[in-house]
Design a protein around this ligand. Structure first.
Ligand code: AMP
Ligand code: MG
Ligand code: MG
Length: 337
């Protein structure tokens, strides 16, 4: 095992808190409560509805695949799920900015795709003090209606997620990851939803049990978009194991569940809608996601969509710091601009 990683992970993982249970005492908070909680609550219901659309397209069998660019597919599920989410959020919050992977959406949608309410349990929770006063003009919502499209078309359904990331004044503050095929593809009990908010924590996953055992370096990375630079980075880091799975959302879930201890992708390719929700949730749980050099991404409405300098993430800030030290110089130099 890489000894530099081991020292950092051993020392620091045990002191981290991956809080998944920060339910405040329910207060009578209605649809007129703080914008932040209404937005998260409605993003959860919209993501769940989009997940059902994604399951329905799969069970009907005609995926309607379009090749947007090399190695970049779109299906009927991507298109319809985005229309559902954008129509639902823009009608409830007319002055927020919404940026979706599939471009500008037609928001005239079937009435049963239109979500008009937030998750009632989330609406009962207390908004963190620092987020009580945000206005719709402060908000940019980044939507990846179906993260892991390659895997969706190839039947790796567990890798598929719906991502709704909420940035406030350019920072990734809140996020929803919905996994529509978790638990199987039948409608009974299919799917789970994880959400997180800065100053609140996360819900939808149990905390990782603390351990005094050494934490192995288990890297999760792309299964369908790797290249020689990304591979040379992994090789230099000497991980104990490499997991190759689809989607930024699914890889961050692996970090939050403890299946992986690092997400490393030393390549351009991911976009802001891929990382906003996962980063917000990871941060709310005490972790960190940056570019491969350890620099944070910015999520304002005018930023460039591609994350040109890769992705590096870990379930604690300290493990993330240890990872940045393991990235070889030639990788940092190649991706720094
Ligand atoms: P992956 O880990 O390969 O599943 O990628 C995570 C997200 O970034 C997915 O939404 C991919 O579509 C996107 N992505 C990563 N690399 C590329 C690439 N070379 N071309 C297009 N999309 C990419
Ligand atoms: Mg994606
Ligand atoms: Mg997508």
């Amino acid at each position: 095992m890489n000894t530099r990683w081991l020292a950092a992970a051993l020392l620091l993982f045990n002191s981290c808190v991956l809080s998944a249970d920060q339910i405040r005492s329910p207060s009578a908070m209605s649809q007129s409560g703080p914008l932040m909680m209404r937005l998260i609550a409605s993003s959860v219901t919209a993501a769940n509805r989009a997940g059902k659309i994604i399951r329905d397209v799969m069970s009907q069998g005609d995926l309607g695949i379009v090749e947007k660019a090399k190695d970049d597919l779109q299906t009927e599920a991507d298109r319809s799920a985005q229309r559902c989410i954008v129509a639902s959020l823009s009608r409830q919050f007319p002055n927020i900015t919404i940026i979706g992977e599939e471009g500008v959406s037609d928001i005239e949608v079937p009435s049963d795709w239109l979500i008009t309410h937030g998750d009632p349990e989330i609406l009962k929770k207390k908004c963190p003090d620092t987020l009580e006063d945000i206005t719709e003009e402060d908000v940019v919502v980044w939507v990846d209606p179906l993260d892991g499209t390659s895997e969706y078309t190839q039947g790796f359904l567990e890798h598929v997620t719906v991502l709704i990331g909420i940035s406030i004044r350019e920072q990734p503050i809140g996020g929803v990851i919905h996994q529509p095929f978790w638990g199987g593809s039948s409608e009974d009990g299919a799917g789970r939803t994880i959400w997180g908010l800065q100053g609140f924590g996360i819900e939808g996953l149990p905390p990782i049990p603390r351990t005094k055992e050494p934490i192995p370096l288990i890297v999760t990375t792309s299964r369908s978009h790797s290249n020689s630079l990304a591979e040379s980075c992994l090789e230099a880091m000497k991980p104990e194991k490499v997991l190759r799975v689809g989607g930024a959302g699914y890889k961050v879930l692996q970090l939050l569940e403890g299946t992986a201890t690092a997400y490393v992708f030393a390549s351009p390719g991911c976009k802001k809608w891929d990382t906003c929700a996962p980063e917000a949730i990871l941060r709310a749980a005490g972790g960190s996601l940056t570019d491969i050099l350890g620099r944070p991404y910015n999520y304002g409405s005018n930023v460039s969509r591609p994350n040109r300098s890769g992705v590096l993430a870990a379930p604690t800030v300290q493990m993330h710091q240890a990872l940045t030290d393991l990235i070889p110089e030639h990788v940092k130099t190649t991706l720094k601009d």
